[in-house]
Design a binder for this molecule. Structure first.
Ligand code: ZN
Length: 251
């Protein structure tokens, strides 16, 4: 592997994969991606991974990439500072469940694992066991709830549209809330459990509808609308609030 790596290095020149750009006493690490399709330099601040990606044309020099990043370092700083703050799962932190804020309460001595209670100021997400396990237990609980809701919504829409999904994966997707392959494998972000139920339901309808039309044509949207009444509202909600769903459980 070392030799292979070395050979590649000689063939294509060293490719560092990232640049470090200093600005106002801070250093920003910028991931570099070469793309044969891009003709311009494109900077993107990614909410899910809280980092910066610079896409450059296949033949662009790294020096020009660095110059570009340095020219835009102030913009990078502003955009990074504007990212939603991480909201770890910890005692007295809030996390939405099906669109409703819940307060996480650690009950070290209690029996059980994770459960919901109604509190004086809104619902509580109670967690038993040691403090060191609170974050993981909350995360596991929310992922299980997400899978339950997603499976139920997919089953309902699959019946309406008369299709049979092959498999449903629930994972921590970065760039898309859901996807569907031509063989009927559906994939969803577990973070949809934070959104109001009608948003999750719309996403399920959208991906199931791809089993009828594998595109975003007018016919496709007509099928989605037949299955879900909330298309426009849910798309608008995801646009406005989607990026902030990545902050929950982040350290
Ligand atoms: Zn789609």
């Amino acid at each position: 592997m070392a030799i292979g790596g070395l050979l590649r290095l000689f063939e294509r020149g060293p490719e560092p994969g990232h640049l470090d750009v200093a600005h106002n006493g801070e250093t920003y690490r910028i991931a570099i991606a070469r793309s044969t399709r891009s003709r311009r330099f494109t900077l993107r601040v990614r909410a899910a991974s809280r980092d910066v990606l610079l896409t450059i044309p296949a033949r662009a020099s790294l020096r020009s990439a660095r110059e570009f990043a340095e020219r835009h370092s102030a913009w990078i700083g502003v955009r990074l500072a504007r990212l939603p703050r991480p909201a770890p799962f910890e005692h007295l932190a809030k996390a939405p469940l099906r669109g409703v804020d819940h307060t996480i309460v650690h009950r070290p001595g209690a029996r059980g694992v994770v459960w919901i209670e109604s509190g004086e100021h809104g619902p509580l997400l109670c967690v038993a066991g040691e403090a060191a396990h609170v974050a993981r237990r909350v995360g596991d609980f929310l992922k299980r709830e997400a899978r339950k809701d997603i499976e139920a919504a997919v089953a309902r829409h699959a019946r309406t549209l008369n299709v049979k999904p092959m498999r449903i994966a629930v994972r921590d997707t970065v760039s898309r809330w859901g996807s569907c392959t031509s063989t009927g494998r559906l994939s969803f972000s577990w973070r949809l459990i934070f959104a109001p139920p009608w948003v999750l339901d719309y996403l399920a309808a959208h991906e199931v509808a791809h089993m009828v039309h594998m595109n975003h044509s007018a016919k496709f949207w007509a099928v989605v609308e037949r299955a879900s009444p909330d298309v426009k509202r849910a798309e608008a909600w995801l646009k406005a609030h989607g990026p902030s769903l990545h902050r929950y459980g982040a350290e």
